[in-house]
Design a protein around this ligand. Structure first.
Ligand code: APR
Ligand code: PHB
Length: 396
């Protein structure tokens, strides 16, 4: 198939942001082309997040992309915090007037969106890395990309960078027109997938002076677990037995609790960072998802922020398509940034409260334990965590 030379909206990146945006644009009758640098297998196998807020689930249902989610997704009404030998459950519905989250792997969302795009949507080109975007401040953008060994161009009315933290679209915005706000963390996560039934029916977030641990899941037979490790850790230095022993040491709130062990099928180290690029729009170029902002995964916000960005953006493009008005498009950046910064703060709060930084002082550890005790003993403090975790309403 000869790739198109022009489209209304060029979407760069076929992760959750780009694929969901393409689906929503298709449903609004807006032409778009998705350009993805990697191959389909790579994109579908990339292990990422696993928690969907209700608003994300609602958007996927409206997009006709939630049939497997509704069959296989696991609704969760709470999480457990473990600290100083204590266990405290955060009851989401009781604290938020009925809100919950869903456990469903990002890989499965991506697979279903790709299948829908290939079956019903506009062109989705894999192995089509975008080199650059020109004309951001004109009325006709040009995307320069490579596909099947040839340099190609795609002209469009708008370009949306859904190309993640290492993408190129943000560089179409001149440095004088953008600002980047960043924070690093002195630790990373070692994440594993294991053929072992989850050790608990909800997620467990554990503070420990040995370091943070998280017990999550993918299905009744597959566990997803994480350990705080030093930056630059080589996964090869963590044999399976060492991982299981350390997880047990950090998660074990008391003597009667044991992890279900099993073969570890995937092991990787992911760094932590907080980053926001402002604004999310420059002329005909817009940014969404990880291309615009990164959060540490402790708050389970990355996928949900991507979904909320493109939900707002799709509404804006639909308004433009139907009425010619750019009111929502002009407000896109401010609308999304308010929610982004709330998620950035919550992710920072969960990360710094639950992780033990290298060389952390005893004073800082007692501050963490005091904060966790406050959450365990104050309905207001617990409700603040529950409201943020289950997600605030998507913007207008
Ligand atoms: N040209 C085309 N595609 C590109 C380019 C490029 N120059 N650079 C990156 N990409 C692709 C990547 O291969 C990837 O498939 O853009 C996609 C970006 O997807 P994600 O990184 O998943 O970002 P996003 O869609 O915003 O989803 C955010 O993914 O990274 C997780 O934790 C994050 O859960 C969150 C979610
Ligand atoms: C996951 O299941 O991958 C997961 C869950 C909660 C988090 C981070 C990751 O905070």
């Amino acid at each position: 198939m000869t790739p198109p030379r022009h489209t209304q909206v060029a979407v760069v990146g076929a992760g959750p942001a780009g694929l969901l945006l393409a689906r929503l644009l298709h449903l609004s009758g807006i032409d778009c082309v998705v350009l993805e640098s990697r191959d389909r297998t790579y994109v579908e196998q990339r292990q990422r997040a696993g928690i969907l807020e209700q608003s994300t689930v609602d958007t996927l249902r409206r997009a006709g992309a939630a049939s497997r989610l509704d069959r296989e997704g696991l609704p969760h009404d709470g999480i457990e915090l473990r600290f100083a030998g204590r266990r405290h459950r955060i009851d989401f519905p009781a604290l938020t007037g009925g809100r919950r989250v869903w456990v469903h792997a990002q890989t499965e969302v991506v697979k279903d969106l790709i299948a829908l795009q290939l079956k019903e949507g506009g062109p989705l080109l894999f192995e089509a890395p975008v080199r650059s975007v020109t004309g951001a401040d004109t009325d006709r953008c040009t995307v320069h990309y490579t596909h099947e060994g040839r340099e190609r161009t795609l002209t469009c009315d708008y370009v949306v960078g859904c190309d993640g933290y290492h993408g190129v679209v943000r560089h179409a915005v001149p440095e004088h027109a953008r600002s980047v706000h960043e924070r690093g963390y002195p630790y990373s996560w070692l994440g594993i997938l294991a053929q072992a039934p989850p050790c608990y029916d909800e997620l467990i977030y554990a503070h420990s002076e040995r370091g943070f641990a998280l017990a999550s899941m993918r299905s009744p037979a597959v566990s997803r677990l994480y350990l705080q490790v030093p930056n630059g850790t080589d996964p090869a230095t963590w044999p399976d037995e060492r991982i299981w022993d350390e997880l047990e040491a950090r998660l074990g709130a008391d003597g009667d609790w044991r992890l279900n062990r099993g073969p570890i099928t995937q092991k990787s180290v992911l760094p932590m960072r907080s980053s926001v690029t402002e604004p999310l729009r420059y002329g005909r170029v817009l940014l969404a998802g990880d291309a615009a902002h990164i959060v540490p995964p402790t708050g389970a916000k990355g996928l949900n922020l991507a979904a909320s960005d493109v939900t707002v953006l799709a509404r804006a493009f639909a308004q433009l398509h139907e009425t010619g008005s750019t009111e929502l498009l002009d407000g896109y950046s401010d609308t999304c940034l308010r929610r982004v910064w709330r998620a950035e703060h919550f992710s920072y709060f969960m990360t710094t409260t639950l992780h033990t930084a290298p060389g952390q002082s005893s004073f800082d550890t007692r501050l963490q334990l005091s904060q966790l005790d406050r959450i365990a003993t104050s309905r207001h403090a617990a409700a603040e965590l529950a409201e943020n975790y289950t997600g605030l309403p998507t913007g207008p």
